[in-house]
Design a protein around this ligand. Sequence first.
Ligand code: PLP
Length: 389
Amino acid sequence: MTTALLRPTGNRELLGLLGRTPLARVTTDLPCPHPGFWAKLEGLGAGGMKARAAVSMLLGARERGELPPGAPVVESTSGTLGIGLAFAGQALGHPVVLVGDTELEPSMRRLLRTYGVRLELVDRPAAEGGWQAARLARLRRLRAELPGAYWPDQYNNPDNVAGYASLAAELAAALDHLDILVCSVGTGGHSAGVIGPLRRHWPHLRLIGVDATGSTIFGQPARTRLMRGLGSSIHPRNVAYDAFDEVHWVGPAESADACRRLATGNFVSGGWSTGAAALVAAWAARVHPGAVVATVFPDGPQRYLHSVYDDDFAAAHGLDLTRAATRPVEIPHPRAAEATGWTRCRTVADPLTPADDGSPDPTGRRPPRAPSATAAPRPDRRTTREETP
Ligand SMILES: Cc1ncc(COP(=O)(O)O)c(C=O)c1O
């Protein structure tokens, strides 16, 4: 499909709307009672959480001369970055062409097109690499069709990470102290972007990553995933593996249950990544009494009315929300067992760098290994008392 590209003239005043999102106190049971945690409501910012990354990536490319004024921007996205790029494109004067897939909600397709984006959809996942690989293949063809188009490559672009300096600054300004930060992980952008600046404020801050079951990011085998936003079927280079103290994998029923509890008990809620991050943040607040815990809710609930919040969707996908786990299963290493529900692992390593334990790689991709510094335990930090989880 080839349609004329809208060429926004650019309206830099829009940049004044970026960020400055509210911080909510969440105390509703998830599913157990807990002392409460802070949630940064990124869905309430103009262009959503990913507008921070999108503006940063386009400004960086402009500065390096990789994005001439008025040149198109092309990207693969499952939605949230698309909205952010639509915002950044309008602000900086660039037409935006996105590659999504047929799993993209109709409301999101309509919204993106309403914002002036040209949206192309792939209709089947690649045999290896899933939807992301299929979208990237279409993206390569598009770049050939649109000479001079800029591809931000959010999975590997350091400007994605740098865009979250403002999020870190807002958290540091709003909180007197922070012990534990819980971040969902997709491209790795926001977790990598906030942890450095926040550890300069609070050197003992612990970082918990939240991934989706079936995601390859932290070394699990690739499986078909229902949840969007967090998780990946590739190994994004923006993930700051060394920065994480532990990782949790959360399943769709657990996340949906948490989303619904948030909506009915605390009014603020969101999508799959919000539910998963909230579940783990509530657990962290419960098992570390006295700790100040914060997390990021990447978007709001609207996009998920026909999935997360829909009983027919849950039934059609075999999600039993009444059997929500109250604590994670613990595994010693990401390759020790496949995480099929909420699972915790305190060993975090980049699956693409050599491991030190000689354990088999369920992805079958990695050659035999030599010792790795990335798998080394983090230096001791101040910790709070931890119950048996
Ligand atoms: C809704 C949603 N939540 C969470 C994430 C993960 O954030 P990051 O890419 O910064 O790791 C994404 C990324 O696309 C997202 O769209």
